[in-house]
Ligand binder design. Structure first.
Ligand SMILES: [Zn+2]
Length: 366
């Protein structure tokens, strides 16, 4: 506001010497206020408008009270008072209405901001799947628990006694070399990472008299060089059945049952002689190829057969370590590579895929 500002001059200075002229001045002010108040409700700053018109110190209403009303002559004073009151209430009403509109608009825009637009495409959250290894474990455990095997688990850190000796693998036995064991440096008693789940055969038989029917899922460790078909950690499932009259026929029957359940009802098996210190006789179990049915294909390398796992009748020497009478008891044992079975069944060609947890891979096995 400049000194030329009419609100800072007296009515005498403005030459308003009649009620009519006073009324004209007020109507000009009212028009000025109406222009201020006519701004878009979203952009109007009511704080500034209030201070400009109603501010106690230098608001226009205060200024004209000071400069117009107080020094007004008797002739115009009643007109000034009347017009001033009318302008005051006009401004008050208008600002009150604008404040209410502004609040409502603010609420609306806040509501618009928070509103959920159901037509927008959603943000897809990736849902995990059960890992292929877990699925395979579940399937294997289902197959064996259905015929009376119970599931036991044991330590991954073992002693040489459980991992080797009690399984008929004495020190300097060549079978120890095949297993490329991870020994734990400085561990008392020479602890190691188990190279197979077979130690749980011994731990179970130590605690339990026959009949024993267990499967042992778990991780095992070997110092292989990791490549497409080997890692240094893999998953096994061990099986053991011991009772008074278990024969090789029971063994073969269980193997056949497993192969049909796991690979399909038409699957046939064959046993190839093999060697493991803890079974006698020992066998490699083959099954007819689940892809070609035995006629030969890329998966079975045209042989019609695929290698499933190693197994055999429990070596009577093992019973000596757990106090079972080898004249009275007999049984069979098997050890399956779960990773290998999963890869074979689901056509996975690279071991690392099983451990990278790439969702694009895992999603293929929902
Ligand atoms: Zn085949």
């Amino acid at each position: 506001m400049t000194t030329n500002d009419p609100t800072r001059q007296t009515l005498a200075q403005l030459g308003a010497d009649s009620p009519d002229k006073v009324a004209t001045l007020f109507s000009e002010l009212r028009a000025a206020f109406d222009r201020d108040a006519a701004q878009d409700i979203a952009s109007i700053d009511l704080g500034i408008t209030r201070v400009k018109w109603q501010g106690r110190k230098s608001g226009i209403l205060s200024e004209i009270t000071e400069h117009w009303l107080k020094p007004a002559s008797k002739e115009v004073k009643p007109a000034v008072g009347q017009n001033l009151n009318a302008l005051k209430s006009h401004i008050e009403e208008r600002i009150a209405r604008l404040t209410a509109e502004k609040d409502a608009a603010g609420e609306q825009s806040a509501a618009a901001r928070d509103k959920i637009d159901l037509s927008l495409p959603g943000i897809e959250r990736a849902i995990g799947t059960r890992h292929l290894i877990r699925q395979t474990y579940d399937e294997l455990l289902r197959i064996f628990t259905a015929i009376g095997f119970s599931v036991v688990a044991g330590p991954e850190i073992e002693t040489p006694y459980y991992n080797f000796e009690a399984l008929n693998i004495p020190e300097h036995h060549p079978a120890r070399d095949n297993m490329d064991t991870f020994y734990i440096a400085g561990a008392r008693g020479g602890h190691l990472l188990r190279t197979h789940t077979s130690p749980m055969q011994i731990r179970t038989m130590e605690k339990q008299k026959p009949p024993v029917r267990i499967v042992v899922p778990g991780k095992v460790y070997r110092r292989d060089n990791p490549d497409a078909t080997h890692g240094y950690m893999f998953h096994q499932i061990e099986g053991l059945a011991v009772d008074t009259d278990i024969t090789f026929c029971d063994f073969k029957g269980t193997v056949d049952y497993f192969a049909r359940e796991f690979l399909g009802p038409k699957t046939k098996t064959r046993l190839r002689p093999s060697y493991f210190p803890f079974t006698e006789p020992s066998a490699e179990v083959d099954a007819t190829c689940h892809v070609c049915g035995g006629t030969g294909c890329r998966v079975c390398k045209q042989s019609g057969w695929i290698e499933l796992f190693g197994a055999g009748m429990v070596n009577p020497a093992v019973y000596g370590f757990v106090g079972y009478d080898p004249e009275k008891y007999s049984g069979f044992a098997f050890g399956m590579g779960v990773d290998r079975l999963a890869m074979m069944k689901y056509g996975v060609t690279e071991v690392p895929l099983l451990f990278q947890n790439d969702v694009r891979f895992l999603k293929q096995f929902p």
